[in-house]
Design a protein around this ligand. Structure first.
Ligand SMILES: [Ca+2]
Ligand SMILES: [Ca+2]
Ligand SMILES: [Ca+2]
Length: 386
């Protein structure tokens, strides 16, 4: 026991400095499906070889092995990974699950089983004293054969984010790197143009993925906080008044962490709910019907604790409330048409579609501009309620 303690003390300084600057000759294995193999890359190398090139700028003998097999699902990967582990490495990146999306849709596998497979892979890697790094899967392009809106893809991604939190692994957020909400036209910029029912990347896409991966391995935080699978979620359109709203937010291991003070949920523009958790995972939680009004617009504001914080501020969902209708002219969704609606519209007066101030909720006649005509609609409905 005593010897063990002193051994730990001996290695402690090494461990601390080891985090800041990885040892020379870092060995990395990239494990997964065709997105690891590099399908669609006209240069034929994929992101692992591009990652190696980046790592070698600071570590001449760094190596990245490509263990990608096209078409593989996590049910197969969970066994095959033993061969990758046997190679020996400092880091093993697991990026798999894209092909499971189709199987989930065909009811051939459940989402929890896919997560259990990824968890098992993570445990096997850790048991071999190799650092496991998880990666989320990328968006499906609208031209994909299935899951064209990436609903299942996002659900898998949310679970991988949660798994990375639960197993305290670093996370390469490939999904975030090609998210059309944050990235301009990713499908024409970064995606393979040939026949592709799943969604693969082109040279620029794989280069981007290599750069995002290099940031994570080198401890550079360029990623804003990401959200997980939340309630009421993406598919629900109508919610009951007493639903619990719960949105998990992540800043994975090795990133700068979440700013709890700067995290809030806005419902119809008003602060609501409570924030729970810690720097790696926060949850905003809300229960209560009054704030929901006749329609609930959920907006999440949060940021990380990087020297120059990365901000997340966007509407995550809009829900109608069961049994209630929004009176025409009620732009703040509190079920009444009154002076507050007039004020809300006048604050956006003159905004046109495409302007930052423009929001279709306030453009009551949907003509692309918030103006006198919209105010007239509110005046005409003044005093109405539901
Ligand atoms: Ca961050
Ligand atoms: Ca109102
Ligand atoms: Ca208008």
């Amino acid at each position: 026991m005593k010897a063990r303690t002193s051994l730990l003390l001996l290695f402690l300084p090494l461990l601390v400095t080891g985090l800041a600057a990885p040892a020379a000759g870092q060995q990395v294995i990239a494990f997964g499906d065709s997105l690891v193999e590099g399908f669609g890359d006209a240069d034929g190398v994929g992101w692992p070889q591009r990652l190696r090139k980046i790592l070698r700028k600071s570590d001449k003998s760094a190596n990245v092995l490509n263990f990608g097999v096209g078409g593989e699902t996590t049910s197969v990967g969970v066994t095959r990974i033993a061969g990758a582990i046997a190679q020996g490495a400092d880091i093993l990146i697991i990026m798999e699950g894209t092909n499971d999306v189709d199987d989930i849709l065909n009811l051939q596998i459940s989402l929890p089983t896919v997560v259990a497979n990824l968890d098992q892979m993570t445990r096997k890697v850790k048991a071999a004293e190799i650092e496991a790094v998880l990666a989320t899967i990328i968006w499906r392009p609208p031209t994909a054969g299935a899951d064209k809106q990436s609903v299942v893809t996002q659900a898998v991604t949310g679970e991988i984010r949660e798994l990375a939190f639960a197993r305290q692994t670093r996370l390469i957020d490939s999904y975030r790197a090609f998210d059309p909400i944050f990235v301009d036209d990713p499908f024409s910029e970064y995606y393979f143009k040939g026949f592709d029912p799943v969604g693969h990347l082109n040279e620029d896409g794989y280069q981007r993925l290599a750069e995002v991966s290099a940031d994570i391995l080198q401890g550079v935080d360029n990623v804003p906080p990401v959200i997980g699978n939340f309630s009421p979620g993406l598919v629900t359109k109508v919610i009951s008044k007493n639903i619990e709203i719960r949105i998990p937010i992540y800043e994975p291991q090795g990133s700068s962490g979440l700013d709890r003070q700067g995290t809030r949920l806005l419902i119809n523009g008003q602060e609501a709910g409570a924030v729970e958790g810690n720097v790696r995972k926060l949850e905003v939680v809300h229960q209560g019907s009054k704030e929901l009004g006749c329609r609930a617009v959920l907006q999440l504001r949060t940021a990380d604790r990087a020297a120059e914080p990365h901000v997340y501020d966007r509407v995550v969902g809009v829900y109608d409330i069961e049994g209630l209708t929004v009176p025409n002219g009620d732009v703040d969704f509190d079920c009444r048409v009154d002076g507050f609606d007039l004020i809300s519209i006048s604050q956006r007066f003159g905004a046109r579609r495409g302007d930052e101030l423009y929001n279709s909720f306030f453009d009551l006649d949907f003509d692309g501009v918030i103006d006198e005509d919209d105010i007239d609609i509110v005046r005409g409905a003044f005093g109405n309620s539901s």
